[in-house]
Design a protein around this ligand. Sequence first.
Ligand SMILES: [Zn+2]
Length: 126
Amino acid sequence: MAIKCPKCERIYELLVFDAKGRVCCVCGENLVIEQEDVFERLQEICKQYELKLEEEEKTAQIRKMADSIVAMILNTECGFDEVELEKNKLKLMILEITPDKVHLYELIYEPRFRRLWKKIRESGFK
Ligand SMILES: [Zn+2]
């Protein structure tokens, strides 16, 4: 949301208005906004920030689990079925916390695990 000066049509973001909801335009016009608009704007900013934090936390959780599967393939003797089980858990986790990004599993994680499995477990070098 932004306020347009009625005189010169310059645009002002709500953030530049002072605590009383006023700003003086460069053309000399005094612009005033309603307190409720300010609160609404601030609430919106806070909410977006919180959502972003939450998102980051979830992403970190997913990454951590993916890393543990990589470690499982690399450093343990866990069999194919066990790894598949963990992979399914990861997929369910992604589905649960970011359903709109579940396709990322197939695009990023699954090929990565499969490549790694092939390289480490089927090359005979372990
Ligand atoms: Zn103006």
